[in-house]
Design a binder for this molecule. Structure first.
Ligand SMILES: [Zn+2]
Ligand SMILES: [Zn+2]
Length: 156
Protein backbone atom coordinates (compact mmCIF):
# COMPACT_ATOMS: atom_id res chain seq x y z
CA UNK A 1 0.00 0.00 0.00
CA UNK A 2 1.29 3.43 -0.95
CA UNK A 3 1.63 6.13 1.70
CA UNK A 4 -0.83 8.38 -0.18
CA UNK A 5 -3.46 5.60 -0.14
CA UNK A 6 -3.03 5.21 3.60
CA UNK A 7 -3.40 8.92 4.11
CA UNK A 8 -6.46 9.00 1.85
CA UNK A 9 -8.05 6.23 3.90
CA UNK A 10 -7.30 8.00 7.15
CA UNK A 11 -8.67 11.34 6.06
CA UNK A 12 -11.79 9.52 4.95
CA UNK A 13 -12.11 8.12 8.48
CA UNK A 14 -11.55 11.51 10.01
CA UNK A 15 -14.19 13.18 7.90
CA UNK A 16 -16.71 14.72 10.25
CA UNK A 17 -14.10 15.62 12.83
CA UNK A 18 -13.79 19.38 12.63
CA UNK A 19 -10.03 19.52 13.12
CA UNK A 20 -9.51 17.67 9.88
CA UNK A 21 -12.09 19.54 7.84
CA UNK A 22 -11.12 22.47 5.65
CA UNK A 23 -11.46 25.74 7.55
CA UNK A 24 -13.39 27.39 4.68
CA UNK A 25 -16.19 24.80 4.93
CA UNK A 26 -19.39 26.63 5.97
CA UNK A 27 -20.22 23.85 8.46
CA UNK A 28 -16.85 24.40 10.16
CA UNK A 29 -17.37 28.16 10.18
CA UNK A 30 -20.81 27.70 11.75
CA UNK A 31 -19.47 25.35 14.40
CA UNK A 32 -16.53 27.60 15.25
CA UNK A 33 -18.79 30.64 15.47
CA UNK A 34 -21.24 28.75 17.73
CA UNK A 35 -18.42 27.65 20.02
CA UNK A 36 -17.11 31.19 20.22
CA UNK A 37 -20.60 32.53 20.99
CA UNK A 38 -21.10 29.92 23.72
CA UNK A 39 -17.75 30.79 25.30
CA UNK A 40 -18.46 34.51 25.21
CA UNK A 41 -22.00 34.04 26.60
CA UNK A 42 -20.54 32.03 29.47
CA UNK A 43 -18.00 34.77 30.21
CA UNK A 44 -20.74 37.41 29.97
CA UNK A 45 -22.90 35.46 32.45
CA UNK A 46 -19.96 35.10 34.84
CA UNK A 47 -19.32 38.84 34.77
CA UNK A 48 -23.01 39.59 35.39
CA UNK A 49 -22.95 37.14 38.29
CA UNK A 50 -19.93 38.90 39.79
CA UNK A 51 -21.61 42.31 39.32
CA UNK A 52 -24.68 40.87 41.03
CA UNK A 53 -22.63 39.57 43.94
CA UNK A 54 -20.96 42.93 44.47
CA UNK A 55 -24.23 44.90 44.15
CA UNK A 56 -26.09 42.53 46.51
CA UNK A 57 -23.27 42.83 49.03
CA UNK A 58 -23.68 46.61 49.07
CA UNK A 59 -27.27 47.43 48.16
CA UNK A 60 -29.40 44.34 48.72
CA UNK A 61 -32.19 46.57 50.09
CA UNK A 62 -32.77 47.92 46.59
CA UNK A 63 -33.77 44.47 45.35
CA UNK A 64 -36.05 43.05 48.07
CA UNK A 65 -37.69 40.55 45.69
CA UNK A 66 -34.37 39.23 44.41
CA UNK A 67 -32.95 39.19 47.91
CA UNK A 68 -35.88 37.02 49.03
CA UNK A 69 -35.31 34.62 46.15
CA UNK A 70 -31.59 34.57 46.83
CA UNK A 71 -32.05 33.79 50.52
CA UNK A 72 -34.55 31.04 49.71
CA UNK A 73 -32.15 29.47 47.21
CA UNK A 74 -29.30 29.69 49.70
CA UNK A 75 -31.40 28.12 52.45
CA UNK A 76 -32.42 25.31 50.09
CA UNK A 77 -28.80 24.90 49.06
CA UNK A 78 -27.76 24.45 52.69
CA UNK A 79 -30.54 21.93 53.20
CA UNK A 80 -29.53 20.02 50.06
CA UNK A 81 -25.90 19.95 51.20
CA UNK A 82 -26.99 18.67 54.61
CA UNK A 83 -29.03 15.91 52.91
CA UNK A 84 -26.06 14.95 50.77
CA UNK A 85 -23.79 14.75 53.79
CA UNK A 86 -26.19 12.62 55.84
CA UNK A 87 -26.82 10.30 52.86
CA UNK A 88 -23.05 9.88 52.47
CA UNK A 89 -22.70 9.13 56.19
CA UNK A 90 -25.57 6.65 56.00
CA UNK A 91 -23.86 4.89 53.12
CA UNK A 92 -20.60 4.70 55.09
CA UNK A 93 -22.36 3.33 58.19
CA UNK A 94 -24.20 0.70 56.13
CA UNK A 95 -20.95 -0.37 54.51
CA UNK A 96 -19.24 -0.63 57.91
CA UNK A 97 -22.15 -2.66 59.33
CA UNK A 98 -22.05 -4.98 56.31
CA UNK A 99 -18.30 -5.50 56.80
CA UNK A 100 -18.71 -6.12 60.53
CA UNK A 101 -21.42 -8.68 59.80
CA UNK A 102 -19.21 -10.39 57.25
CA UNK A 103 -16.36 -10.48 59.76
CA UNK A 104 -18.67 -11.94 62.41
CA UNK A 105 -19.74 -14.73 60.05
CA UNK A 106 -16.22 -15.62 58.97
CA UNK A 107 -14.69 -18.26 61.21
CA UNK A 108 -11.53 -16.95 62.94
CA UNK A 109 -10.04 -20.46 62.99
CA UNK A 110 -10.69 -21.97 59.60
CA UNK A 111 -11.93 -18.99 57.55
CA UNK A 112 -15.21 -20.69 56.62
CA UNK A 113 -17.93 -18.20 55.73
CA UNK A 114 -21.05 -19.16 57.69
CA UNK A 115 -24.70 -18.30 57.01
CA UNK A 116 -26.31 -15.57 59.09
CA UNK A 117 -27.63 -16.56 62.52
CA UNK A 118 -25.22 -19.40 63.29
CA UNK A 119 -23.26 -19.14 66.54
CA UNK A 120 -20.64 -21.78 65.82
CA UNK A 121 -18.65 -22.40 62.66
CA UNK A 122 -20.36 -25.08 60.61
CA UNK A 123 -16.99 -26.28 59.42
CA UNK A 124 -14.94 -26.60 62.62
CA UNK A 125 -17.21 -25.66 65.53
CA UNK A 126 -15.34 -22.53 66.62
CA UNK A 127 -17.47 -19.91 68.42
CA UNK A 128 -18.27 -17.08 65.99
CA UNK A 129 -18.48 -13.37 66.59
CA UNK A 130 -15.73 -11.03 67.71
CA UNK A 131 -15.24 -11.47 71.49
CA UNK A 132 -15.37 -8.23 73.49
CA UNK A 133 -13.78 -7.27 76.77
CA UNK A 134 -16.26 -7.78 79.62
CA UNK A 135 -15.01 -4.58 81.29
CA UNK A 136 -14.30 -1.98 78.57
CA UNK A 137 -15.91 -3.52 75.48
CA UNK A 138 -12.73 -3.47 73.38
CA UNK A 139 -12.55 -6.12 70.65
CA UNK A 140 -10.37 -9.08 71.62
CA UNK A 141 -8.52 -11.61 69.56
CA UNK A 142 -10.34 -14.93 70.00
CA UNK A 143 -8.88 -16.85 72.92
CA UNK A 144 -7.19 -13.82 74.52
CA UNK A 145 -6.94 -14.24 78.29
CA UNK A 146 -6.46 -10.56 79.07
CA UNK A 147 -7.87 -7.42 77.47
CA UNK A 148 -5.19 -5.62 75.46
CA UNK A 149 -6.94 -2.34 76.15
CA UNK A 150 -7.61 -2.35 79.93
CA UNK A 151 -5.84 -5.51 81.17
CA UNK A 152 -8.99 -7.14 82.59
CA UNK A 153 -8.78 -10.93 82.84
CA UNK A 154 -11.29 -12.61 80.53
CA UNK A 155 -13.38 -15.68 81.18
CA UNK A 156 -12.42 -17.92 78.28
ZN1 LIG B 1 -14.28 -22.73 61.36
ZN1 LIG C 1 -10.91 -4.15 78.42
Amino acid sequence: MKMSDLFGGLSGLMKGLSGFMPQDDPDVKIMNAQNEINDLRKKETEIYAEVGRQVMAREAHQFPELLNQLQLVQANLQEAERKLKSAQEEKKAKEAARQAEERALTCPSCGNYNPEGVKFCQECGTRLGVPKCSACGAELTPGARFCGECGKKQEV
